[in-house]
Write a protein that binds this ligand. Structure first.
Ligand code: TXA
Ligand code: MG
Length: 341
């Protein structure tokens, strides 16, 4: 134990900061998080201030073992246990009934709590060393793309947190899948690395909430408040172009690029050579969606530095991890998209 502390001084220090009510920037396998002691309402309030986050958008509570779960959640069903068993530790958040009277700020005074057990070693060790659930949203100012490496978010969050742990690049690059069990049905509130198909292998029925791809009216009641806010959008006008027929998609992108004085294209690796003469960024291979998910937030953060009139983004098939990628891209483009057929 002493040996472990000696070798993990940063984690020991960060855990102290959290126990004292401070904020810590830390890596997870999905994106970086800004963490505070979930059970300390005053500490959690600072997260909302640091991010400029809406007061009605609850935070995910991160745990390192099942004992911690029993401190925060109640009346867990057999299906909920089966899902946790299948996907924890990992990029999977489940909305459960909350124990009364705790984590009121983190859960926005609601009677549910979103819970996740991360697999990233630093995240796991930090929660364990802190010995309390850690409330943590993605590390970004609200509305900006989530941070997937320290360099991207350093400037934005400098002075807003008390301690930072550098864990390199986040492996997945997109936030966790968020679900809520309703009866025997698993409702996917936010798509992520754990796909509908994987969930269906554990539960008899999984459905994607209608708000995942659609746009939401400001006053509509939603199961997951995060769905209704402006998200990930660069200041540059972005348009998403997608369709089954690759050649037609490329044609449409070239047409839009030529109509503008200066355009930037976010292309899959396979299509890069088709856009010669235009400013292009490589998102990754369309047959390796993990590569695209890993890169996408960092690329969206770069878009504004090109000072173009439009950024044209290639879509991918909205299946498996592709659904999570398209969900983030549609928001980045503020629902400006063209389907070619
Ligand atoms: O991968 C992730 O989930 C990252 C890392 C840091 O763990 N965290 C993250 O947190 O993405 P955030 O706050 O950016 O997104 C949390 C999402 C929001 O859409 C929020 O509305 C939803 O989860 N959420 C949290 N608690 C909820 C609850 N009790 N009921 C419904 N939705 C909830
Ligand atoms: Mg977020």
């Amino acid at each position: 134990m002493e040996h472990w502390k000696e070798e993990n001084k940063e984690i020991v220090e960060a855990a102290k900061v959290i126990r004292k009510g401070g904020l810590v920037l830390f890596p997870t396998e999905t994106v970086y998080g800004i963490g505070a002691n979930a059970l300390n309402d005053e500490a959690v309030k600072k997260i909302f201030v640091a991010k400029g986050r809406a007061q009605d958008n609850p935070l995910i509570l991160h745990i390192s073992d099942m004992d911690m779960l029993s401190q925060i959640a109640d009346n867990i069903s057999e299906l909920e246990y089966r899902l946790m068993d299948a996907f924890w530790p990992g990029p999977f958040t489940i909305v459960l009934n909350k124990k009364e009277g705790i984590a009121n700020v983190a859960t926005c005074n609601g009677n549910t709590c979103g819970v996740r057990m991360p697999s990233n070693k630093i995240a796991h060790d930090l929660i364990k060393e802190t010995n309390c659930p850690i409330a943590a949203p993605s590390a970004n100012i609200s509305g900006r793309p989530s941070g997937t490496n320290l360099k991207d978010i350093m400037e934005e969050l400098q002075g807003k947190v008390d301690y930072m742990i550098d864990g390199g690049e986040c492996e997945i690059g997109l936030e966790s899948t968020v679900v809520r069990v309703i009866g025997n049905e698993v409702r996917i509130l936010r798509p992520g690395k754990i796909t509908k198909e994987e969930i269906e292998s554990v539960a008899s029925s999984a459905t994607i909430d209608k708000n995942v791809m659609g746009s939401i009216n400001a006053n509509e009641r939603v199961l997951s408040p995060g769905m209704k806010y402006r998200h990930y959008a660069p200041n540059t006008q972005c348009v998403l172009v997608y369709g089954e027929d690759n050649e037609k998609m490329v044609e449409e992108i070239l047409k839009i690029a030529k109509e503008n004085r200066k355009a930037l294209i976010l292309s899959t690796t396979e299509n890069m050579e088709k856009y010669i003469g235009f400013e292009c960024l490589d998102m990754g291979s369309k047959i390796n969606l993990l590569e695209i998910s890993h890169n996408i937030f960092s690329l969206l953060r770069k878009v504004d530095t090109y000072e173009v009139d439009v950024a044209i983004i290639e879509g991918v098939k909205a299946e498996g991890l592709g659904l999570a990628i398209m969900n983030r891209l549609i928001r980045a483009c503020e629902h400006h998209y063209i389907e070619v057929n």
